[in-house]
Design a protein around this ligand. Structure first.
Ligand code: PMP
Length: 304
């Protein structure tokens, strides 16, 4: 990933991709305290546009506030860095990764002598869970790893260290032959995927877990908005794994995962085991919107 042409925005400057380096004593590398975002830009007829850029940047700043990381740049500067990372790498569509991390100014947990550094990289990244799965749906497994407790780590923050739990769960699911993990919260209710929010459909109503221990996903927010506009009812509530087994449809949402149908949980086919009609409707509207094909939602796009 590091040995390629291109430019990465690092601490206010565009630097050649191969030279965007940091020291081995980088504090975040040792203790995992950092915050980041995953953002996507899509090709539209009016040019390449970033989907819900301001919402991502707002969440990055909220994550930093939760972690008490001082932010050395303004939201406007980081918005512009994200636009520039797509524009200057001449990408038609992109996954954008902003991250704020502590540098190598000091070591130890006191963290009172550190500076926050910021980087933004962008590259072309196709369907996160596989292009064919966008139609076919994925097979998932209830994880043996529990999702974070709200007083162990901070679930509202998209913080680097939170993703150890995600990686343990995803690796377990992949090793067991599944595409993704479904993590339950400390009380045993459905929380989210390793990097996605979860939805199910039963008798025409859409259900999604409340946000106690799941990330406040921007794609999730988009789904709630679109469902309301389409006149579909959404209820946020605690969901048990057996409710998922007997659901009519299920899907994951995320910037990387977009809207991915789930066709099986723990070897029980969900509904008829194919992408359901409500999932398909929301998925196709989502793709129309991010590609700038729906005038009504163009305010969510920032052209690079
Ligand atoms: N949950 C987790 C744990 C995630 O990492 C992500 C991806 N950021 C999501 C949910 C979905 O969030 P979003 O739709 O904002 O990408």
């Amino acid at each position: 990933m590091s040995d390629r042409d291109g430019l990465i925005w690092l601490d206010g400057e565009m630097v050649p991709w191969r030279e965007a380096k940091t020291h081995v004593l980088t504090h975040t590398l040792h203790y995992g305290m950092g915050v980041f975002e995953g953002v996507r830009a899509y090709k539209t007829e009016q040019g390449t546009a970033i989907f819900r850029l301001q919402d991502h940047t707002d969440r990055l700043f909220n994550s930093a506030k939760i972690m008490r990381m001082p932010m050395p740049y303004s939201k406007e500067q980081l918005n512009e860095a994200q636009r520039a990372s797509v524009r200057e790498n001449k990408l038609e569509s992109a996954y954008i990764r902003p991250m704020c991390f502590y540098g190598s100014e000091g070591m130890g947990l006191r963290a009172d002598n550190l500076q926050t550094h910021a980087m933004v990289a962008a590259w072309t990244w196709g369907s996160y869970l596989g292009a064919e799965n966008m139609e076919k749906g994925i097979r998932i497994k209830t994880s043996t790893f529990t999702r974070h407790h709200v007083n162990i780590t901070m679930c509202k923050a998209k913080a680097n260290g939170n993703y150890m739990n995600s990686m343990l769960a995803l690796r377990e699911a992949l090793d067991d032959g599944y595409d993704e993990a479904l993590l339950l919260d400390v009380d045993g209710y459905v929380a989210e995927g390793s990097g996605e929010n979860f939805f199910l459909v039963k008798d025409g109503i859409i259900y999604t877990p409340d946000l106690t221990s799941a990330l406040d996903g921007i794609t999730r927010k988009t789904m709630l908005h679109l469902a309301a506009d389409l006149g579909l009812e959404v209820r946020e509530k605690r969901i048990t794994r057996d409710e998922v087994y007997i659901a009519d449809e299920a899907f994951f949402t995320g910037t990387a995962a977009e809207v991915t149908p789930i066709r099986e949980l723990d070897r029980r086919p969900i509904g008829s085991g194919i992408r359901g009609p409500i999932t398909e409707k929301l998925q196709s509207l989502y793709f129309d919107i991010v590609h700038g094909r729906v005038e009504k939602y163009r305010h969510w796009l920032t052209y690079v």
